[in-house]
Write a protein that binds this ligand. Sequence first.
Ligand SMILES: C[S@@+](CC[C@H](N)C(=O)[O-])C[C@H]1O[C@@H](n2cnc3c(N)ncnc32)[C@H](O)[C@@H]1O
Length: 197
Amino acid sequence: MLEIGCGNGQSLQYHGERGASELWGVDLSENQIAKARQHLEACGLSAAFINSPMEEECGLPENYFDFVYSIYAIGWTTDLEGTFRRIASYLKRDGVFIFSWSHPIHKCVTTENNMLTFKKSYFDDSWYSVPLDEGTLTLSDRKLSTYVNALAKAGFVIEQMIEESDEEIMQLRDDKSDLAQKAKMLPVTFVMKARKR
Ligand SMILES: C[S@@+](CC[C@H](N)C(=O)[O-])C[C@H]1O[C@@H](n2cnc3c(N)ncnc32)[C@H](O)[C@@H]1O
């Protein structure tokens, strides 16, 4: 299996400990790749790491993986359709792609006096900058339909979509209570499972 935006390698460790036969990770950040390498080694697991943006050709084998997954990283791509096309190329036919990202509705809403208020339009997918690790990244709050249509264009069939809030988030207190309150009324995350045709 391959993780896109593998960060410090925690989920690769999870899969390695559950018998995944090969672990591969890609990340834009040299720092995260170094941490992931160290972490997997410390856990007695081996993995192949590639330090590259997911948008670019980076030497990953094609028609090779049974699973490609990404936890809170896909939304960082500056080229969604191109990234999904690349991911499709790494997968074997019938291979599975699973990713999670922030639910776009969550970005539009804020809590005020125990009520949810729209602070921005769901249709606003203009680009803005955020600081991350070794620099600044540009981000756009894409609509759900943008993800669905980009998956279809890249040759995926969507098998499942999850919109849920977990108990842990709903129990958050103090400075995170805004998130907890929102999570009771709307999904803060979405997860999609798609299969390469
Ligand atoms: C929120 S972290 C998630 C890390 C890991 N998946 C996890 O669940 O712990 C997002 C990761 O995506 C990486 N990232 C951001 N933009 C990227 C890009 N364009 N290509 C590859 N990785 C990227 C970041 O460096 C970071 O490690």
